[in-house]
Design a protein around this ligand. Structure first.
Ligand code: NAD
Length: 284
């Protein structure tokens, strides 16, 4: 069994991103990170993202809005960032507080600045195998890990557990584009253990701590754990029971130190892709 460390995957990608920025003769790509309120998970993600982006040479503009902001004030603040020509990429931390509806922002965000793939235009591109847009970073991070580990998806059976718009659904499409046969499982799937046992690759993104145990996995399966949860002792854990599953897996990602470590590197590469385009370095 091999444990794939996210930091190894991220290192290769970060080097590539930093090298490209260094060749731009002083043009500095800029990302705006919009946070509403003081949710500790958002603050922690923001801190990690800023550290990663700045380490490769990307400037960050933090836009912090009050947690009780009205829909109108939020949309006005968002428009300002969206229309700012010095901003190449926008990351909106979600979920938003309950008084805010994110649908108008999804529709309004400039698709060329949409580095986490929330606009319907970018999601449609993922679904139509058009890689000119931006896929959600976490889904892309899973693909990056599989590529790094040399896992060929062609003809493989994959079970994706969790069907959210941010991870499971776009990931299924990215895998289908590589000729995998994908079973997308969700809370109402009749027999998740059976679907997983029949798969060569199992990706779990459902937000249920240690849901996937030894009885879900066949010998030699590749297991990618997207989940980030706290266990009963308040310790970070994934959606996979690592100790139970690892002995049967051929490759497995840990939590922490797996997919999460790659997601912000994908984000950085997306800022560069956006800046490349918006500064006229690349024609569409
Ligand atoms: P979500 O709540 O939006 O969606 C959960 C999905 O899992 C739904 O489709 C639901 O039907 C399914 N599900 C829930 N319980 C299930 C069960 N018992 N059996 C089968 N399916 C079940 O969640 P999300 O936003 O996609 O996040 C999922 C997990 O991934 C969370 O732990 C989250 O913290 C983590 N996450 C990690 C990253 C990262 O960068 N590593 C990024 C985003 C989300």
């Amino acid at each position: 069994m091999t444990v794939i460390k996210g930091s190894d995957v991220a290192k290769a990608l970060n080097a590539q991103t930093a090298e490209e920025i260094a060749s731009w003769n002083g043009i500095v790509p800029k990302a705006a990170i919009i946070r509403v309120g003081d949710n500790p998970d958002d603050i922690s993600y923001e801190r990690g993202a800023v550290k990663r982006l700045e380490s490769v040479g990307i400037a960050c503009q933090l836009v912090t809005l009050p947690g009780d902001i009205t829909q109108q004030a939020f949309l006005e603040a968002f428009s300002k960032v969206n229309d700012d020509p010095s901003v190449h990429g926008i990351l909106l931390l979600r979920p938003l507080p309950p008084q805010l509806d994110e649908t108008p922002v999804r529709n309004q965000i400039n698709p060329d600045k949409d580095i986490d793939g929330i606009s319907p235009i970018n999601l449609a591109k993922v679904f139509s195998c058009d890689d000119s847009g931006f896929a959600p970073c976490t889904a892309k991070a899973v693909m990056e890990i599989l590529d790094y580990a040399g896992v060929n998806l062609h003809g493989k059976n994959v079970a994706v557990v969790g069907a959210s718009l941010v991870v499971g659904r776009p990931l299924s499409m990215l895998m289908l584009a590589r000729e995998a046969t994908v079973t997308l499982c969700h809370i109402y799937t009749k027999d998740v253990p059976k679907e997983c046992r029949e798969a060569d690759i199992v990706v779990v993104a459902c937000g249920v701590p240690k849901l996937i145990g030894e009885h879900h996995i066949s010998e030699g399966t590749v297991v990618i754990d997207v989940g980030i949860n706290l266990d009963e002792n308040g310790k970070l854990c994934g959606d996979v029971d690592f100790d139970a599953v690892a002995p049967k897996a051929s490759l497995i990602t840990p939590v922490p130190g797996g997919v999460g470590a790659v997601t912000t590197s994908i984000l950085a590469s997306h800022v560069v892709k956006a800046a490349r385009r918006l500064t006229g370095k690349e024609n569409r």
